[in-house]
Design a protein around this ligand. Structure first.
Ligand SMILES: [Mg+2]
Length: 281
């Protein structure tokens, strides 16, 4: 990271504030006064806790309950914008009247429609990336590869901490060289190194959804590197909240995933019933 990037990262870090009770109350008040709202939610690490095994991160009843209550309100447009593959999202959340965005925007299912593929390309690029990642699986016990339509990822969440991290730095460097002058992109995520086809990201997906619905209230929550694309794209038009501490382009941060469902639930509780009378918005 060069000096300018370091300063920018530091500025972004300073800009982020922990979401306090007063700000939350004002967000809730805005939500309750609004007649056309858009809620853009990441899935893993945001709606559900980070799971050691990706396939075990199915939503529990409390997640499904809040999503169905929010989406039942005709003033709300709820969208789950995820890096997950289409089939997992469809299996877990397909019965809800919410927009589903899979693989950072590669596929989208509008809330009352069917799945649409945003890109269609050959899979040949995956062979070489897979070969490199397989060598790292051998060199790092507990790591594994996950393949989706437009991405291939090496997960190291179940490995010995120091070893997994240092191998991930090696892999990042190897892959970065390999994909030079291609339309591929390497992402250094949370305990995952991912290669995907560039040209779509969560930011573009979020903007498209907001553009289609023209809301007067937008809330966006996410926890990972790819969610930063949404926070940046929505700057000035949304309440952006990063889950977990750390540098972010989001306006606010909440310190734990466990605060997400209470926050979403609080939108549905009238502000006047539990607000200090001294507060001004
Ligand atoms: Mg996430």
């Amino acid at each position: 990271m060069d000096q300018l990037q370091q300063v920018k990262a530091e500025q972004r870090k300073q800009k982020v504030k922990v979401l306090d009770e007063k700000t939350l109350t004002s967000i809730r008040r805005h939500y309750q006064r609004s007649g056309n709202r858009c809620l853009l939610l990441d899935y893993d690490g945001t709606l559900v806790p980070f799971s050691r095994i990706p396939s075990e991160a199915a939503p529990d009843n409390s997640v499904k309950d809040i999503l169905s209550r929010l989406s039942a309100d005709t003033r709300n447009h709820v969208a789950i914008i995820s890096g997950r593959d289409l089939s997992s999202l469809d299996r877990w959340l397909g019965s809800l009247p919410v927009t589903l965005v899979a693989e950072h925007g590669a596929s989208t299912r509008p809330r009352n429609g069917s799945w649409q593929q945003m890109v269609s390309v050959s899979d040949l690029w995956k062979d070489e990336i897979r070969r490199v990642m397989q060598a790292f699986v051998i060199r790092c016990a507990g790591s594994f590869i996950e393949e989706k339509t437009n991405t291939i990822a090496w997960h190291y969440r179940n490995t010995q901490t120091g070893l997994g991290f240092s191998r991930s730095r090696e892999l990042l460097s190897t892959l970065s060289q390999l994909i030079q002058n291609t339309t591929l992109q390497v992402i250094d995520g949370n305990k995952v190194v991912e290669v995907r086809i560039s040209g779509f990201d969560k930011g573009a997906s979020a903007l498209r959804i907001v553009g289609e619905t023209d809301p007067d209230f937008v809330l966006c929550l996410g926890d990972d590197t790819t969610d930063e694309d949404m926070f940046k794209a929505l700057e000035g038009e949304a309440y952006t909240i990063k889950v977990n501490n750390g540098a972010s382009a989001a306006q606010y941060t909440i310190l734990s995933q466990q605060q997400v469902l209470p926050l979403l639930n609080s939108l549905l509780v009238p502000v006047s019933s539990n607000t200090p009378t001294t507060e001004k918005v």
